[in-house]
Design a protein around this ligand. Structure first.
Ligand SMILES: Cc1cc2nc3c(=O)[nH]c(=O)nc-3n(C[C@H](O)[C@H](O)[C@H](O)COP(=O)(O)OP(=O)(O)OC[C@H]3O[C@@H](n4cnc5c(N)ncnc54)[C@H](O)[C@@H]3O)c2cc1C
Length: 429
């Protein structure tokens, strides 16, 4: 009998989850598990917890909805908190499963975890792992990972010229049921994660709810109901409100939404409405996302190094007082402050804001870029290892911005993108 555990990670969906589909087809029994990795509740290099309760809650909502979907299809999903290797070993003792399937990650630590799991289990368990996090097909790139372009434009051009996009696959109607015992350590309530409380703020750009359904209704709203997609290129540098950009990032980050589903919805929208620069631009941004996934995979541990993967020596300050002024939104720059307050109170910040505050911290204050990236890791509900650390290295000059010493003039940026000061009033008054 083939008894499979599918270890859900950043693939919290049944829609377009080819790894899961293959497991469901090949198994007599299948169960899903999700593990809140204990490493995320440790202190990061900036002193804060690596995952804020707000993101943990968004993840919890996503996992609970997934559990419902598994149950509706005849199977089960169990949730744990701890060390994945340890938990998988204990589950193997309890369930004697024969196969383990999971989605691969590009992050260095995440890949170390995968290697540990393989080392511990592969003697007794067949392991099936594959990619589900990218729009592009990682098995079919027009270059090797080692030789992938370090600059975005050549990367994009090669993909657009030579790559054929893979359509999404539908969720299975039925999933093999599971007869294994209920594990004593399985969690049923968010409170069992034992995290700090967090507040919500009615100024938030969007009330983000975790799970596949909320992701799909966001697409429904942004593409089909309001047709905001048609103006995305003109509005994407906005700062206030729900619809200046797609706001799909939190669902894409934890995999409750597949980038291939987004791509296919854009294509369907284009064929039923029209295509323009804006509809193209959303796909363009998804390619930025993929680009950073490849950068993370290619540069591994070096992506997180003090001098970045380029290794250009820079003198970073490690001044906690200045750093705290930045995190609290108490610098001399009101545009930076407004953005930092939005992040602190909601777990979200626009792309325009992110670029400005990252540039300010690393170029004005000259604070260690890794502190800023770690603070974002803690606070963002759309935290994605590759998008976050890749963008930080890009903006701080330790990565792949081909333009040397690009520094944002935050006051000019405020004049341009917040000319009437509405955004600053929203967060500072
Ligand atoms: C310093 C810094 C840190 C960042 N950290 C993260 C992060 O942890 N997680 C994350 O998802 N994005 C991150 N971004 C990228 C970007 O700011 C967000 O993806 C975007 O603001 C999310 O809003 P949206 O979904 O409305 O984006 P839209 O403008 O609607 O874009 C659509 C999608 O394209 C992708 N995308 C857009 N811009 C980028 C980009 N520059 N890099 C990678 N993907 C992109 C996202 O998945 C996004 O959901 C970061 C950017 C900066 C400058």
């Amino acid at each position: 009998m083939n008894r499979t555990v599918h270890w859900f990670r950043n693939d919290l969906r049944l829609d377009d989850n080819a790894v899961f589909n293959r497991a469901a087809e090949a198994s007599d029994e299948l169960v899903g598990i999700y593990i809140f990795d204990e490493i995320n509740f440790e202190r990061g290099i900036h002193g804060g917890q690596r995952m804020h309760s707000r993101r943990a809650f968004f993840l919890w909502q996503s996992v609970m909805e997934l559990r419902e979907s598994m149950r509706n299809r005849g199977s089960e999903l169990y949730v744990f908190k701890g060390n994945p290797v340890q938990i998988l070993k204990e589950l193997h003792e309890l369930w004697s499963f024969t196969s383990l399937s999971y989605s691969k990650s590009v992050g260095y630590e995440e890949r170390e975890r995968e290697a540990d799991v393989e080392r511990e289990l592969s003697a007794n368990v067949q392991i099936h792992a594959d990619w589900t996090h990218t729009l592009i097909n990682m098995e079919d790139l027009p270059f090797s990972i080692e030789k992938s372009p370090d600059v975005f434009t050549p990367f994009r051009k090669k993909i657009e010229k030579y790559h054929e996009f893979t359509p999404p696959v539908d969720a299975p109607d039925v999933v093999p049921s599971f007869t294994g015992e209920i594990p004593a350590k399985a969690l049923n309530y968010f409170e069992e994660l034992d995290l700090d409380d967090f507040e919500t703020d009615d100024r938030a750009a969007l009330d983000f709810n975790g799970g596949e359904l909320a992701a799909r209704s966001r697409i429904e709203h942004y593409f089909w109901e309001t047709k905001s997609l048609l103006e995305y290129k003109e509005t994407r540098n906005g700062l206030i409100g729900a619809d200046y950009s797609s706001k799909l990032s939190p669902w894409l980050a934890n995999g409750s939404l597949s980038p291939r589903r987004v791509y296919s919805e854009v294509k369907r929208f284009e064929s039923e409405n029209k295509s323009n620069q804006s509809t193209y631009w959303l796909i363009f941004e998804l390619l930025w996302r993929d680009y950073f996934q490849i950068v993370a995979l290619k540069h591994g541990k070096k992506l997180f190094a003090e001098n970045g993967w380029k290794g250009t020596p820079r003198k970073w300050r490690q001044d906690e007082k200045l750093f705290n002024k930045w995190t609290e939104g108490e610098t001399e720059d009101d545009f930076v402050n407004a953005n930092m307050k939005e992040l602190k109170h909601t777990g979200f910040m626009s792309n325009r804001g992110r670029q400005n505050v990252a540039s300010f911290l690393t170029h004005q204050y000259k604070i260690d870029w890794r502190w800023g990236a770690a603070y974002f890791e803690e606070m963002l509900i759309d935290y994605d290892v590759a998008s976050n650390w890749g963008n930080w290295s890009y903006v701080s000059g330790t990565g792949n911005d081909p333009r040397k010493d690009r520094v944002f003039n935050t006051q000019l940026q405020a004049d341009k993108y917040d000319a009437q000061g509405e955004y600053r009033s929203l967060w500072l008054d």
